[in-house]
Design a protein around this ligand. Structure first.
Ligand code: RB5
Length: 147
């Protein structure tokens, strides 16, 4: 079976939670790659790293992305400009569940400022444990890429 590849990106505000979740996901046995930044001392743009992750997914260098910024919002905006990328900014377990079940999100974006490591782990687990439902949702997802 093909090993799922997961790429990570953040800005400075998402850096610490990214590091923690990166290790958590790696310990689960997934293939992981961190696209940066590699320290939190410098203020960097969520757009730069969101675009880096979006391109990486479009180029099929990873299957799934996990992204972080202060709120999870800015980096999700950057990601959602890439055709085929469906980045869900999630703040609770229900978001994580429905982002996969209905929207087949291929990126989850979380807040480094308002989400704890414990909350983030629960959301990540829910996202991985939920299967996309398909059916009526597929034509809606296809429609997203029609522009
Ligand atoms: C950076 O200070 C902050 O604006 C950014 O991390 C994010 O919250 C934007 O959406």
């Amino acid at each position: 079976m093909k090993k799922i590849k997961i790429a990570f990106a953040s800005d400075h505000a998402g850096y610490e939670l990214k590091k923690q979740i990166f290790d958590y996901v790696r310990e689960k046995g997934y293939e992981v790659e961190d696209l940066g930044p590699f320290n939190s001392t410098e203020s960097v743009s969520y757009a730069t790293f969101g675009k880096k992750l979006g391109k990486h997914l479009q180029d099929k260098k990873a299957d799934i992305g996990i992204a972080f910024c202060g709120t999870g919002l800015g980096i999700s905006y950057a990601l959602n400009r890439f055709k085929g990328v469906r980045a869900a900014r999630i703040t609770n377990v229900n978001d994580a569940y429905l982002a996969k079940l209905h929207n087949n999100a291929n990126v989850i974006a979380m807040s480094g400022r308002f989400t704890t490591f414990e909350e983030a782990k629960k959301m990540v687990d829910e996202y991985f444990e939920t299967e996309y439902e398909g059916g009526r949702h597929q034509s809606r997802i296809d429609e997203l890429d029609e522009i």
